[in-house]
Design a protein around this ligand. Structure first.
Ligand SMILES: *Cc1c(COP(=O)(O)O)cnc(C)c1O
Length: 226
């Protein structure tokens, strides 16, 4: 696999090490720092390969089609890599998503939850699910509203028996993220959910300090996307 060498190509190994160190320093529980999800959307396979060669194994992608065009070849070479879907999922892509990802972080509505449950039952492949919460109640953003999150979690874990492990959020871009991370942690606590996927390049340290178990970092590792 090859990739063009460009003048401003970031040093991915160095960025990964630097971000890991910052996460460890900011973590609410230093013994259990959040895992770093390297968000590789829009980055070609050769760039992802650099992160793999640097020892990184956990990745996030936001589009099913793009991820499934890049990752099967990488997985053949690095069978222990782990791939999370962090973008919206249409019900007609559920089959591919369950087959190609190791976790779905964007379970945000009943229809999708039902489709995932049906596909996991059909295929026998059960992968971790996170319920996405629209903590900022933004009309254009995916995610269950905070007031609806408990009911969606209950449906997923009860009737649908989905393997729900935690919650995920994307706070409004122009707001202080801390209250959103605190709200997500509170909803997780009252539902007995352990995992919290929150924090991106601009706020992963804040998220880590609020108990994130996964932070999703793209541009701070791979450089600014075109
Ligand atoms: C792109 C993306 C990220 C990473 O964003 P950066 O600001 O580049 O770190 C994290 N989470 C989601 C859901 C994304 O779509």
């Amino acid at each position: 696999m090859t990739h063009p060498i460009t003048a401003q190509r970031p040093d991915i190994a160095a960025n990964l090490a630097f971000i890991r160190a910052r996460i460890a320093e900011a973590a609410a529980d230093p013994a259990h720092p959040p895992r770093l999800i390297a968000v590789s959307k829009t980055m070609e396979a050769g760039i992802v390969l650099e992160a793999l060669r640097a020892g990184h194994r956990l990745f996030g992608e936001n589009r099913v089609q793009e991820a499934l065009s890049k990752f099967p070849a990488l997985r053949a070479e690095f069978p222990d890599l782990e791939l999370h879907l962090i973008g919206p999922l249409q019900t007609n892509k559920v089959k591919e998503a369950v087959a190609g990802f190791d976790a779905i972080q964007t379970v945000d509505r009943e229809k999708l939850a039902r489709a995932l449950a049906a596909e996991m039952a059909r295929s026998g492949r059960r992968i971790d699910c996170y319920v996405q919460v629209n903590t900022g109640e933004e009309p254009q953003k995916a995610g269950a509203l905070p007031a609806e999150a408990d009911a969606l979690v209950a449906l997923c874990r009860g009737e649908l028996a989905l393997p729900v492990v935690g919650l995920m959020c994307i706070p409004p871009a122009e707001e202080e993220p801390a209250p959103h991370f605190a709200l997500l942690a509170k909803i997780a606590r009252r539902n007995g959910l352990e995992r919290l996927s929150m924090g991106m390049s601009g706020d992963f340290e804040v998220a880590a300090s609020f108990g994130a178990t996964e932070v999703r970092v793209g541009s701070a590792i791979f450089g600014v996307r075109a």
